[in-house]
Design a protein around this ligand. Structure first.
Ligand code: NDP
Length: 252
């Protein structure tokens, strides 16, 4: 067991699959009590069972991150059931690439609502607890899931990568603001990770690009990213990784 995760109270958004599910398992294995948030509660319930059978502590909360009021209620419930949250892994997201002149305004909005507003809703719901926990324990963590798309250019991914550029820049600014209150803020920026993220893509061009990429390189796994989150959270209180870019070795 990693002693620095023991006794921590973590919230993971987007915990029903991919990076969020793997990170919830990893944090629980390290000794954190973990609140699992997502819309697919059947997935969350089976993850709770898996974590419990491995000796960990987890609770499932049905939450659509686009609903700020729901997240505020969940935050109150998490605090009363697990304790004051000292780690938020703010991770729920969607990726829906398409050429801009196809005018998929519905998909633009879903990405903005989830990746930007949803991320902010979770920040609004849990930052007061992070500050409170940092006062009591000396440190707390806000780790936001950005993407390599915040740095590099991927044609047809403009709205998605724009939303992730928001996440990275917001995180840098919040780090400078919340560091004074001992809340560390980090943005993680993964390259391609094999998850269900790609399953929601409908655009033919993007699907072909993803298929070529999968053929050409070995993608990261969700567990690779989970290990990085555990690493960030286990640093001494004085150490705050501002951004962590994690690429598949073969991805340009
Ligand atoms: P998945 O599709 O496997 O997971 C996405 C998670 O987000 C699911 O648990 C889903 O749960 C949740 N989610 C989506 N919309 C909402 C919503 N409105 N309310 C609550 N939860 C929601 O993909 P990943 O694990 O890959 O994605 C996790 C994060 O990693 C995302 O932010 C993504 O942008 C980012 N990322 C992924 C990369 C990759 O290559 N896979 C690379 C870089 C970044 P549910 O549907 O049950 O609500």
């Amino acid at each position: 067991q990693n002693p620095t995760l023991t006794g921590r109270v973590a919230v993971v958004t987007g915990a029903s699959s991919g990076i969020g599910a793997a990170t919830a398992k990893r944090l629980a294995a390290g000794g954190a009590a973990v609140a699992l948030l997502a819309r697919r509660t059947d997935r969350l319930e089976s993850l709770v069972k898996e974590i419990e059978s491995d000796g960990g502590t987890a609770l499932a909360f049905a939450a659509d991150v686009t609903d700020a009021a729901v997240l505020r209620n969940v935050a109150t419930e998490v605090e009363s059931k697990l304790g004051t949250v000292d780690l938020l892994f703010n991770n729920a997201g969607v990726m829906l690439p398409a050429p801009i002149d196809e005018l998929r305004a519905d998909q633009w909005q879903r990405q903005i609502d989830t990746n930007i507003s949803g991320l902010m809703n979770a920040i609004g719901a849990f930052v007061p607890q992070l500050i409170k926990a940092a006062e009591a324990k000396g440190v707390a963590d806000l780790i936001n899931t950005s993407s390599i798309g915040a740095q590099n250019i991927f044609p047809t991914f403009a709205v998605y990568t724009g939303s992730k550029a928001f996440v990275t820049h917001l995180s840098r600014t919040l780090r400078a603001e919340l560091g004074a209150k001992f809340v560390r803020v980090s943005a993680i920026e993964p390259g391609i990770v094999g998850t269900e993220l790609q399953d929601h893509v409908t655009d033919e061009g993007a699907l072909a690009w993803l298929a070529d990429s999968k053929e050409a390189i070995t993608w990261l796994t969700a567990e690779d990213i989970a290990e990085s989150i555990a690493f960030l959270a286990a640093q001494p209180a004085r150490v705050n990784f501002q951004q962590l870019t994690i690429m598949p070795t073969g991805q340009p």
